[in-house]
Design a protein around this ligand. Sequence first.
Ligand code: NDP
Ligand code: 8X3
Length: 253
Amino acid sequence: MAKIALITGATAGIGEACAHTFAQHGYDLILTGRRLERLEKLAHHLNDKYNVEIAVSSFDVRNREEVVRSLDSLPSKWRAVDVLVNNAGLSQGLDPINSGSYEDWDTMIDTNVKGLLYVSRVVSNWMITNGRGHIVNLGSIAGKEVYPNGNVYCASKHAVDALTKGMRIDLLQHGIKVTAVHPGMVETEFSEVRFKGDKDRAKKVYEGFEPLKAEDIADTIWFVASRPAHVNINDILIMPTAQATATNVIKKN
Ligand code: NDP
Ligand code: 8X3
């Protein structure tokens, strides 16, 4: 029987790249995200190309009832999840703490922290029943450092770092692996979402140096997920060669 990976935020960027990589390695997939049309298109494509089985489940990770209902309503065979990639996440705005938008703060904390918790609670119980599993959380360099005006996004990713360590401790007795993958700058829709559709501002973030690609992170997640049963990678920090710290990037103009 094929192994199964559940990927949140599979409609774009790192999640979409993970869907390709895991399908290429013969995994059946549960793909989630809010944009159903994109999920269905991706599912068709991967099914045609790799002949893997794909379940699509569209929900907003911020909505606890929706998360539980959507996952619980999948046919029971999908509960045999081997790998959960907790990837859905975003940043909203880049403002000082005294003037940041309340709405942006709620969105980041509800998505990056509470959404990850809601999905993890359901799926970790499946994994406990199965007696195996691996949870890979998408942290960030923003979960290791704090940069100007990154306040709440950085706090949400520091929370992911802490939750990864907590999950690792709590799930150890059940034989479940837990890993955090922390990327530096990856060119995806991330900055377009952060700057609310301002494509020019988003593009400037990645100008003058070679950022990571979504595929680089998918490769890393695949490496982590494909180690032997007795090996757990707890934590990986992966940066573009041109980036040393959150703010230290060598740009050529
Ligand atoms: P993208 O914007 O390209 O993709 C984000 C994904 O998250 C989309 O599939 C989106 O799907 C999903 N998502 C966002 N909000 C929700 C929600 N409320 N419910 C369900 N799904 C949601 O960004 P990336 O691929 O770059 O980001 C993926 C992860 O990597 C995030 O956790 C991000 O914080 C992290 N990261 C990104 C870095 C970067 O530089 N790009 C660096 C470090 C970490 P949809 O909108 O369809 O719901
Ligand atoms: C995304 C990377 O540097 O914009 O987590 O925070 S950064």
